[in-house]
Design a protein around this ligand. Structure first.
Ligand code: GDP
Length: 194
């Protein structure tokens, strides 16, 4: 499967450091700090340590670009809340509005906590820019099947109410048990039309 090997390309702390636009389809991952984003990207590409995980919330302070051969580019965005929201927004808005090869943004949400204001804010931003996004529920292993289904249904009901450019399928993953990773890989392949 071409999800491995993955290579680190570059880190960027502001818009000027972002790698040039290429024709390679790109997908980006966003979410609140500590949502399980680093673990998920490592799990997706089967390479522990590609994205540095940290127990310290908000440790990842930059956008990290990775590529899987010349087929796909993955972007690890800074967790929301590591700086003021406005500052986070500045770099991200410039990136989102200028990235021609960006095919989808994956918004990671903890099903135990549900959608937070920071999640709905980024969704509004993506809706207003016409950018396709999809919600991925992380750390599925922490909830019983019943609790997970209830949490997912509540989140889906909220999305139906307000989200415009949201892909109408909420995925669930566990980086710990690897559940859902294949479905997410398949969704990414489709989003990138690879
Ligand atoms: P990030 O800040 O969003 O990059 O989050 P990390 O990937 O560093 O994960 C934050 C914390 O959640 C760490 O303690 C991880 O071990 C834990 N974690 C991440 N993914 C999972 C998961 O699928 N299941 C469980 N139980 N814990 C997870």
């Amino acid at each position: 499967f071409f999800f491995s090997p993955a290579e680190f390309v570059k880190s960027a702390t502001d818009f000027s450091m972002i790698p040039e636009n290429t024709m390679i389809p790109e997908v980006a991952f966003v979410g609140r700090s500590n949502i399980g984003k680093s673990s998920l990207i490592n799990g997706l590409v089967n390479r522990n340590g590609l994205v540095k995980t940290s127990s310290k919330p908000g440790h990842t302070r930059m956008m990290n670009f990775f590529k899987l051969g010349d087929k796909l580019s993955l972007v690890d965005m800074p967790g929301y809340g590591w700086r003021s929201r406005d500052e986070w927004g500045g770099m991200i808005i410039s990136y989102l509005q200028n990235r021609k090869n960006l095919r989808r943004i994956y918004i990671l949400v903890d099903p135990s906590h549900g959608l937070k204001e920071s999640d709905t804010q980024i969704m509004k931003l993506l809706d207003s820019s016409g950018l396709s996004y999809q919600v991925v529920l992380t750390k599925m292993d922490r909830l019983s099947k019943t609790k997970y289904s209830t949490a997912k249904a509540e989140i889906e009901a909220e999305l139906v109410k307000g989200a415009i450019c949201c892909f109408p399928l909420v995925l669930g993953v566990s980086s710990k048990t690897k559940d859902g990773l294949d479905e997410l890989r398949a969704a990414i392949v489709k989003a990138g039309q690879l």
